[in-house]
Design a protein around this ligand. Structure first.
Ligand code: SF4
Ligand code: SF4
Length: 419
């Protein structure tokens, strides 16, 4: 029988006694918060700090076993990104399954934006997940349009009010369903001065009515490279005011340490060697790419990676064979004119590809393809060099066309190849 009181985040008395680890197995996200730079950790678990590595489920399981031997007071295993656990449901559930079956006494904790959580509530209940955090930033759709750039639901991208209403309805629905299953639910809210600070009292009232157990108001951490990078952090006075307001309805969490997605140890006192260990386990086998054998390439000549993704009417598809890299086929890309939907459709077209090599591409296609587990490599040079980098896990060096053709900078032509 699990002792639910041992969670150091949900029970302040355990804060200095019980350790927790976050396993960074969920790299992709299905929404874009305007305070999040995707190189960084997920604000669902508070501070956008960098995660050192992303792990495959088996790597994460072995890393957990190692850490468990070093932390005799380890009571909680959480998944909090660096993207969203339910934008990576298979990785998340496989990891939990491995831990739950071998270590049933561990408390299992998940933190999500809530968009795609409800369909998995039955499964996480069966896996004995006990604690779930949902990040909700306002009940007001107008406010939410200022906080989220887009929301991706299956093959559809939503923006503006459509995105806001969809996300909010899924979040509230998830809380109801989590409570029906007896989960302990925390609501995280990022306090963004001038954007949602006046909405938080009403939000606290609502989530309390839905049964949420506690609420964690997190000051905005302005992150470089995001639309909110120049925003002010909320003042101490604002945070005190908000905590006083929400306390009328729900228990506030007062001791959140704004942990990284790869945190390990007591709150605020992470194990020093955990980062080195994480990197070591990330380099060990654990990745099954058998269902994605191919690599797609944006090329105009079948020799060099030399097309911008947006200009490529088709992509060349390659696979690794005992005799080298084999050309499989030329695959048409979805037509222009459908906005971001084009990239969602492309991700479907490339669902058997582990990576795509392009000379350039925009931010949106990169995020959408990466969120569908297609590794995007921006490079110039020989296709074979790119393929070797992907299949052999080696760094890929970009080179100029002249270097690729062996001209070594001596030729002053526009270089269409010297043949
Ligand atoms: Fe970033 Fe988390 Fe928001 Fe996704 S849900 S955009 S990972 S903060
Ligand atoms: Fe606990 Fe906050 Fe750290 Fe999450 S980020 S593990 S809620 S202290």
């Amino acid at each position: 029988m699990k002792d639910l009181s041992l969670h150091p985040c949900f029970n302040e008395e355990m804060r200095h006694k019980q350790a927790r680890i976050h396993l960074p197995v969920a790299p992709n996200c299905n929404i874009q918060c305007n305070y999040c730079n995707r190189k960084y950790d997920c604000c669902n678990e508070s501070r956008p700090g960098v995660t050192s590595s992303v792990l495959e489920p088996l790597q994460a399981f072995n890393y957990f076993i190692d850490l468990k031997q070093r932390l005799d007071n380890l009571s909680v295993v959480g998944i909090a990104g660096p993207g969203d656990p339910f934008a990576n449901p298979e990785e998340t559930l496989s990891t939990i399954e491995l831990i739950s079956s071998e270590y049933p006494e561990m408390l299992l904790c998940l933190s999500s934006n809530g968009l795609n959580l409800a369909p998995y509530i039955d499964r996480i209940t069966k896996l004995n997940v006990s604690h779930v955090t949902v990040t909700i930033n306002s009940l007001n759709p107008e406010t939410l349009t200022k906080i989220y750039s887009w929301v991706r639901d299956g093959n559809m991208i939503y923006k503006g009010l459509d995105a806001a209403k969809l996300l909010l309805s899924r979040q509230l629905d998830a809380i109801v369903k989590l409570k029906e299953k007896g989960m302990i639910v925390k609501v995280n809210t990022v306090v963004i001065p001038g954007v949602n600070d006046n909405d938080i009292e009403a939000l606290a009232k609502k989530v309390s009515e839905l049964g949420a157990d506690t609420m964690n108001c997190i000051p905005l951490y302005p992150t470089a490279g995001t639309p909110f990078e120049n925003f002010q952090e909320p003042s101490k006075e604002m945070m005190v005011r908000i905590k006083t307001q929400i306390s009328k309805y729900i228990k506030p969490m007062n001791h959140c340490a704004r942990c990284r997605a790869d945190a390990a140890g007591l709150l605020g006192h992470d194990l020093k060697e955990s980062t080195a260990l994480l990197n070591e386990y990330a380099s060990r086998p654990g990745h099954d790419t058998s269902e994605r054998p191919y690599v797609a390439v944006a090329t105009g000549d079948g020799l060099l990676v030399n097309l911008h993704l947006g200009e490529a009417d088709s992509l060349y598809i390659y696979e690794q064979s005992p005799k080298g890299y084999k050309f499989i086929e030329q695959r048409l890309t979805p037509p222009n004119g459908t906005g971001d939907q084009r990239w969602v459709n492309l991700a479907r077209t490339l669902r058997d590809c582990r990576a795509v090599l392009v000379s350039a591409l925009g931010d949106n296609p990169r995020v959408i393809l990466e969120s569908c587990s297609i590794h995007v490599v921006q490079m110039t040079g020989l296709i074979d060099d790119g393929l070797e980098g992907i299949y052999e896990h080696r760094p890929i060096r970009s080179i100029t066309r002249q270097e690729a053709m062996g001209c070594h900078g001596k030729c002053s032509s526009s270089c269409e190849g010297c043949a």
